[in-house]
Design a protein around this ligand. Sequence first.
Ligand code: NAP
Length: 349
Amino acid sequence: MPGFELTVSETEAEMSCAGAELRIIFSPGRVQLVQEEEMVPAAPSVLVTGATGLLGRAVLREFQSSGWLVSGMGYRRARPHLLRCDLTDEDAVRAAMQQLKPDVVVHCAAERRPDVMERNTEAAVNLNVHATSTLAKEAAACGAFLLYISTDYVFDGRNPPYGEDDAPSPLNAYGRSKVEGERETLRHCPGAAVLRVPVLFGEVESVTESVVTSLWLDVQNVSEVSLDHRLQRFPTDARDVAAVCRKLAQRQRQDPSIKGIFHFSAKEQMTKYEMAVAMATAFNLPSNHLIPLTEQLPAAILRPINSQLNCCRLELLNLSVEPRAFTSAITDCLWPFTPDKRWRQTVFH
Ligand code: NAP
């Protein structure tokens, strides 16, 4: 028989046994037995910002399938079951955080398109920096663990690979705003973590949602198309990033020393040209119309040539995941956009 605990006072006795509680109330002429609700420990809760975006959708699914209580926040694309909140509205953020009181916040919302950032800097800084600052203050106030998603664009790409302690040196406004977002996160919420990731792809709503899946349009083009073969990238599946976020959050609940900066990246180094050729090969499509472009074009926006991330901190803590191989992961994400969706059955079965 499992052990039980008995606490007795003048007016009542409390007995707990195997997680169930029984309260005995003594009053003149009467002894009342009250069975309290089963004391099942509640599942931890997570709030995902940017839950309508490429990474946020994957993060939401990952935590959901691991039994967490999840709340997703979106803005323009917020659908039923998601909260609509403009993160640049401080009062709205405060109200949402005070109402939800999540154990963990995974902050995915951002303006992540460098060209939009350059054209509309004020609005983007409001979201990437000021909203992050508000969220960090609120996370600290309610004792939540904040995980801020950042980027390899915090580095200039001249001296890869970059460790977690290397000094950021962003080349463009997007990179600068993400560095500032990181600083605001760690300044207002000292127990928070920052996870830097490289270019992402995943289960997209349209192929243009990610710069990687956008190459599918070039692959299908019948005429010649020049693709960059200079900038080195490490295309990473958002589902792998989501798994890392969940592992970090889970470990942090037992070990508050899990804080500060982490890197996660897939291992395959590819230019845009190489990604497109890999897609064409995977789908048995011609690739001789794809032309590698090795010269540097005069560009309005500077981008790092190779901002490879050294991910050893996550690996040493056993918090990493084995990144999916590019070819199988990208075919998985692109098959819904193939003209004949039966292709999947003919190839995989
Ligand atoms: P995304 O697909 O562009 O999604 C952006 C998200 O931000 C959407 O859910 C959007 O909501 C939300 N959002 C925009 N304005 C908002 C506002 N005012 N208030 C509240 N939410 C707002 O971005 P992602 O690719 O998933 O990126 C996620 C994170 O990863 C970002 O921090 C980004 O910097 C980082 N990252 C991305 C990549 C990449 O290649 N995608 C690479 C490295 C790092 P609505 O659409 O509902 O308005």
